[in-house]
Design a protein around this ligand. Structure first.
Ligand code: ADP
Ligand code: MG
Length: 679
């Protein structure tokens, strides 16, 4: 039963079934001192009387308990017959329960009650733990406090040696941590809140410490042992492109990252790098330049995008950039025609293709490369761990991997979820970008908003109108989109205006045609769902209106907004919402209006939503802490990271006698879980 319901298999699991709160029974309350502010009451007194009152559903047993300061009422609605038999007027009782007031009289419904036969009334000496349980367990009589009994018994039977220390003595001393055994005891049965906090602090630290240790060890081992393909030169393709084709100067951030990649790929070990850059910071160009270095060294590259639209977009911009250079670029997606696919597969296997761009179709098993050397995963959160693993198998030595995020992820998350990847940041936008002005408007202001779009179109610009389509399959969302489209058409009649519409239900050819009409400037307005969210680049678009924007998450809003402000014109993002907004939604809109900084937005997003909800990290497992919480325990995470770094610096193999605890605990854990090599 415990197994099935709560995954409790071993005594360790039971100890790690932590209480979510404690109830203070360490002191006995005086009835006269109880106020509406007291949540629980623990009282000792004499039963003076009891009565059964009321009829039918209101039938209840009311008892009165008296101490020297006042009278407390106890009420039972159920089990009346049984209670009636055990209650004895004149007897002393210890009574505990949630306190309420009825007509000014303190009252406890369904109290815990126990005879107090001994003369010396004594309170418990520890706080009483309350545990999470499930409905099924409750039905079997195992409730939140039953666990306390199991755990107490267990703790009495085990000893220090059953829960050996796993942190080195110097670290325990430095941070004044409780011993492991003591911490487990006190997290369940503390004598005070302060003790509980001490126990919690120790156990959280341990959790974060070992998570960091595994992460940093993986990274270290990769750096030392994983042989990689050697790109030992920068050749003609790169140099010619850089000198004669590159249409702008690189930003300093782009140059820095490129140097980091150059260093990795020239080191003889495999690169696994996460590139964090804000929307519009120019990650694609970094990827392209890296792929040219690969080609200079005789290696093929792939660039994987999460959607067909984005793959297409990368394909057209990259072929355009490279026009005139002897680089063979091809595109492969799920909708590539069979005949074409066959040709591409052949060219790929023979090494004729230098750069293959596509969706995850490019890493399917039947796609064989002659010599894959470099892989770019764009907008990483849509790719799972398994897909990245597939990539590694595409060559005898695994290709170098550059993972690019769509929007920044918060630093604390990056530390915990991707700590084993190397890490680059581009926190600089290309020069000349004007920050997008973001406004919040009520839906009732839609006509004025449409008029504003007209003004912008009159200046020759283009506009996006975005509808939420959270679930591609949701009928309601789809109907809203269609209704919206009709409405937009009535505001912007043909032939004065032309409208494109793109959504997930269209065949990809149709999507592509509509998209291209907008990209080429043949249509003025793009009505779309979030399928255009990632990466789409139309510099002439200067307004974006987001309908029902309260339905979107922060990073999604930021990503959408990144579609405007790509040219040199002043750009606007207008967030339409209904009148009634939840607090969270109001907060999100406020942040969007206040800042364009994706890194700041990412931190806020984490604060509002909590770690479990951030896209792309849900499945990572690295965030499944039992006690620690990376938002609230941010400072401790940093300390754990530093501590681990120092330990590994001094003792990279964890062989020093003083770290023996750590080593044996790691081995014990490793035997239990298999820790995957990629994040
Ligand atoms: P993201 O980082 O969001 O993927 P992109 O790579 O799509 O951004 O780049 C956004 C736009 O900025 C593109 O039009 C690209 O050509 C342009 N761009 C990239 N680097 C620079 C630069 N150094 N100077 C000017 N424009 C640049
Ligand atoms: Mg991009």
């Amino acid at each position: 039963m415990l197994r099935k319901e709560l995954n409790i298999f071993t005594f360790k699991d039971l100890l790690e079934h932590f209480p979510f709160r404690h109830i203070d029974k360490t002191k006995i309350d005086k009835i006269g001192g109880l106020t509406t502010a007291s949540e629980y009451a623990y009282v000792c007194g004499k039963l003076i009387s009891f009565d059964i009152v009321g009829q039918n559903r209101a039938r209840r047993l009311v008892a009165k308990i008296k101490d020297e300061t006042g009278i407390l009422e106890l009420v039972w609605f159920q089990g009346i017959n049984w209670v009636q038999k055990i209650l004895q007027p004149g007897q002393q009782y210890l009574v505990f329960g949630k306190l309420g007031f009825f007509m000014g009289v303190p009252q406890i419904a369904h109290p815990e009650i126990e005879n107090n036969t001994t003369q010396n009334i004594s309170a418990k000496n520890t706080l009483e733990p309350i545990y999470p349980s499930t409905e099924k367990l409750k039905a079997r009589g195992i409730n939140g406090s039953t666990f306390g009994k199991f755990t107490k018994e267990l703790l009495q039977r085990i000893h220090e040696k059953d829960l050996p220390e796993n942190l080195p003595a110097n670290i325990i001393e430095k941070f004044r941590l409780l011993s492991r055994y003591k911490a487990f005891e006190l997290v369940h049965f503390p004598a005070s809140e302060a003790q509980y906090q001490q126990a919690l602090r120790r156990l959280k630290f341990e959790e974060l410490f070992f998570a960091q240790l595994r992460m940093q060890l993986t990274k270290l081992q990769r750096h030392r042992f994983s042989r990689g393909l050697l790109f030992d030169k920068v050749g003609n393709l790169f140099n010619t492109f850089y000198e004669s084709y590159l249409p702008f100067a690189l930003t300093n951030a782009q140059k820095t990252v490129l140097k980091e990649i150059r260093k990795d790929t020239g080191s003889g070990r495999q690169m696994n790098r996460l590139l964090q850059g804000d929307v519009g910071s120019g990650k694609t160009m970094v990827a392209l330049l890296s792929m040219l270095i690969a080609a200079d060294n005789g290696f093929q590259s792939v660039l994987m995008a999460p959607t067909e639209i984005l793959a297409q977009q990368h394909f057209s911009s990259i072929t355009e950039y490279l026009d005139g250079l002897p680089v063979c670029v091809k595109m492969l997606t799920g909708s590539t025609a069979a005949k074409q696919r066959k040709i591409i597969l052949k060219e790929c296997a023979e090494g004729e293709i230098n750069i293959l761009i596509g969706t995850h179709a490019v890493i399917e098993d039947h796609v064989i490369f002659k010599n894959l050397g470099f892989a770019v995963v764009d907008e990483q959160h849509k790719f799972g761990v398994a897909q990245r693993a597939q990539l590694w198998k595409k060559n005898l030595l695994p290709p170098h991997v550059l993972v690019m995020t769509a929007t920044p992820i918060p630093r604390t998350l990056a530390l915990t979820a991707y700590g084993d990847l190397d890490y680059s940041i581009m926190d600089e936008l290309p020069p000349g970008r004007k920050p997008v002005t973001t406004l919040h408007r009520n839906e009732s202001a839609r006509p004025q908003v449409m008029d504003f779009i007209k003004e912008q179109l009159a200046l020759g610009r283009q506009a996006y109108i975005i509808y939420p389509l959270i679930e591609e399959s949701s009928k309601l969302d789809y109907e809203n989109l269609m209704k919206g489209y009709e409405e937009v058409k009535s505001f912007f009649p043909e032939p004065k205006y032309w409208i494109s519409m793109v959504h997930g239900k269209q065949p990809s050819e149709q999507k592509e045609i509509n998209m291209q009409r907008f990209v080429k400037g043949n249509t003025n307005i793009m009505v779309s769902t979030t399928v255009i969210e990632v990466g789409v680049n139309v510099p002439n678009a200067s307004v974006m209106v987001i309908e029902s924007s309260e339905k979107f998450g922060l990073s999604q809003l930021h990503q959408l907004r990144g579609r405007v402000g790509r040219g040199s014109d002043k750009s606007y993002c207008i967030l339409l919402t209904g009148k009634k907004l939840s607090n969270d939604a109001r907060e999100r809109i406020k942040i969007m209006v206040a800042t364009n900084d994706g890194f700041a937005i990412a931190e806020k997003d984490l604060e509002i939503r909590g770690p479990g909800e951030i896209e792309g990290t849900r499945q990572s497992g690295a965030l499944n802490f039992k006690l620690a919480n990376i938002v609230n325990d941010k400072a401790m995470l940093e300390v754990a990271k530093e501590t681990v770094a120092q330990l590994l610096e001094e003792d990279p193999e964890i062989n020093l006698p003083k770290n023996a605890n750590v080593k044996s605990y790691l081995h014990e854990q490793k035997a239990k879980t298999k820790w995957s090599k990629i994040s």
